[in-house]
Design a protein around this ligand. Sequence first.
Ligand code: UDX
Length: 465
Amino acid sequence: MAVPHALVVPFCGQGHVAALMELSHHLADHGVLVTFVYTEYTHRQVKAALPENFSSDYAGRIRLVTIPDGLSTDDDRKDACKLLSSSMNAIPSFMEELVLKINEKDEEKITFVIADGAMGFLFDVAEKLNLPRAAVWTASTWTLATLLNIPMLIEDGVIDENGFQTGDKMVQLSEGVPAFRSAHLLWLPFEDTKITEIFFKCVEKSSESMKGISHVLCNTFEELESPFLDLINNAIPIGPLLPANKAKHQPSSIWAEDWSCIDWLNQQPTCSVIYVSLGSTTVLSQHQLGELAIGVELTGRPFLWVSRPDIMGSFGGAAYPEGFMERVGRRALIVGWAPQKEVLSHPSVACFLTHCGWNSTMEAVSNGVPMLCWPYFGDQFLNQTAIVEVWKVGLELEKEDDGTVGKEEIREKLELVINDEGIRERLTHLEEKGKKATMKGGASARNFEGFVDMMKKGKMSSLEH
Ligand code: UDX
């Protein structure tokens, strides 16, 4: 039987690259040859974050290649409008060229394409090249269900043709599934309406493309998201997507991981540490950063804080309140980027102050860690609703009138979430269900194996609708 050869193409964000690399590891472990495609810019970031002597256990089984993203070296990739439009315009033809080049040779031709669901525009290329295709959806199935229902949302007057809401309403996609605020639709929680406009176009295209695909692989599991999985016939739960191997470094982190925090965690009492990480893009004002610092300090507990070098945007790294570092001393460890999966599985961690990115959410659920939610943009607000209102495994932070989350609110909610026994019980239950799903014979494991089997038997084309 010929070895299947998958072209795996993530969107260029941290949560996308990491999730699709993890999936690639699992594919390689199941005998699939993978060609993993970074944009040149992301590849430079990933390379810079790895130790100089890095060598992958997957060399030969996962080939790393790059394509341009259509922007020039000096362009600002934090400008989401620029990045999205250039990705949509430039990446399809670069991907086509890449496949044609690889397939010029007689051996090891690409036999199918697995692309990020956020890059719906790539499925047309796969179709043109007559290659079977599958999507990977890195956010929640609930978010996916909202996308697939865009025509209904427009018809019902929840949003207009450009994706803007016609008022903040409660929306229920179907009877028996939880309702949510229309303001929390994936493309709406952005400060700049230009981002919403372009993001909506991209999302609309993705959702149309995904409707025509038989396999949308989702990082979730049946017991966690069954009402939403029931709404989508081609959503295949294969999660929680757990690390396939124990290697310390993977070529999927855009910041260098500071492993000293694991030694530090080893010295802390069980279930004592507050872990603070607001993801790869959250930016805090000077005032907000100060409130967060003091709020965590006021708990009197040990804390590990991921404070990226660009946490204050163009102002750069954090400027902490006067005397803060001296006062917290050895009770605190602040790092630029952490090996988060390792941190969340550490017994010293008591709770997670999180921006509610889906990967972070799944990592917390898989390790039974209570969450204090502080969403920033996109799907993170809907994820918060799932965490707080549907699964009841975390709490929400209230904002003041000016949008700030105050220090007292942070202190109080951290105490509440750490001491809430109900949250811990519900998490233990979900953690167990997640483990079962990915164990041999579990539903997610069977779904994944079934998917790989079909690729191996070359039956993928019969899966297309
Ligand atoms: C965004 C969306 O919000 C998310 O739902 C989507 O799936 C991907 O894009 P992002 O901001 O990247 O998310 O956050 P998240 O999905 O949580 O992914 C971040 C990843 O970075 C996680 O896998 C996390 O483990 C990792 N991380 C984070 C680290 O390795 N170290 C850190 O210090 C912080």
